[in-house]
Design a binder for this molecule. Structure first.
Ligand code: SD4
Length: 313
């Protein structure tokens, strides 16, 4: 288990955003500012091919995005699903998290709302994402779609100096998904869950398989019962995989992160390598890797040799 944390995020792609967010927390800003900074940095980076601008296109060649935000103090949540040209979906999700009703909006409704509030719009299909779409066989079996191997949903969990916790997530979802398909990311309890009295959890991987176990809520509930975040992540994932075994369901890849309200953090994965990023209470940001070998999870800090050979995100 990793101790004394104030932020944790999924995938190596979140490293720059986390490094930008850390000084904000050091200046005692509210947690949402740090989370928005970290997630927006990933959304805006054209080199990151699974979130925001330059994300993975759907079957029609359009970049269709899901994002959500949950406030652990109020349990308020906001989310947008299947939105096409909103520059920073996480900003709209955060805005919606202030409402009690109408906080999860899809497609046209979300777009009109974002227009009415003056959020920025742009065509999210980059030349690289168009090229990836053009060069890929569209006839593959849509039942077999996997999480993109290079990188996927950015999930950021944070806690500020007042011990307020929150979580934000953003993704373009599965590559070549059916238009209108919504993954786990904007679904509260599946893609993310935040409760400042206990902790937060978030997930990345094949959304349909994550949703079947409401994995983020399941991890937070384990922490509520006194289980530490590392054990909670491992146990929730293992129990979910065992349940799938009993119905012969072949599960896609899944990775999870969690942090409790004392700053302890954990991660688990079905992959041999799932990089994640941690900012500690001295505001130093480090890359870690969770590895699943034969069902056993280990966590380590990668050295340069490991980084040079890593072919993921
Ligand atoms: C989804 N969970 O839309 C997202 C995609 C992802 O690793 O995170 N892939 O299903």
């Amino acid at each position: 288990m990793i101790k004394n944390c104030c932020m944790i995020s999924t995938w190596k792609m979140s490293l720059l955003g986390m490094k930008r967010a850390a000084p904000l927390l050091k200046r005692n800003v509210p947690v949402h500012e740090a989370i928005l900074m970290a997630v927006k940095t990933v959304e805006d980076d054209p080199a990151i091919s699974s979130v925001g601008y330059g994300g993975l296109p759907n079957l029609n060649g359009e970049v269709e995005l899901d994002a959500a935000y949950m406030n652990g103090d109020t349990l308020g949540f906001g989310g947008v699903m299947s939105v096409k040209n909103i520059k920073n979906p996480i900003e709209v999700a955060f805005d919606l998290s202030h409402y009690q009703r109408n906080c999860l909006l899809s497609d046209i409704g979300a777009t009109r709302y974002a227009q009415s509030k003056g959020f920025a719009f742009q065509n999210m299909l980059s030349p690289e994402s168009k090229k990836r779409y053009d060069q890929t066989d569209k006839m593959r079996d849509s039942e077999m779609l996997e999480a993109y191997k290079e990188h996927d949903t950015v999930c950021v969990i944070g806690m500020d100096h007042r011990r307020s916790m929150a979580c934000g997530v953003s993704t373009s979802g599965l590559f070549l998904k059916m238009p209108g398909r919504v993954g786990d990311s904007p679904i509260i309890g599946s893609g993310l869950y935040a409760d400042s009295e206990v902790g937060c959890a978030a997930a990345t991987g094949v959304g349909e398989d994550i949703m079947k176990g409401c994995l983020s809520f399941s991890i937070v509930e384990k922490m509520r019962n006194g289980i530490d975040p590392q054990t909670a992540c491992e146990t929730a994932l293992q129990q979910h995989l065992q349940r799938f075994l009993r119905c012969n369901h072949s599960c896609g890849s899944i990775s999870v992160i969690a942090m409790d309200c004392y700053g302890n953090a954990g991660a688990a994965t079905t992959l041999s390598a799932f990089p994640f990023v941690v900012t500690d209470q001295n505001f130093s940001t480090q890359l870690y890797v969770a590895s699943n070998i034969g069902g056993k999870i280990s966590i380590f800090q990668p050295d340069q040799g490991w980084l040079n050979s890593y072919r993921g995100d």
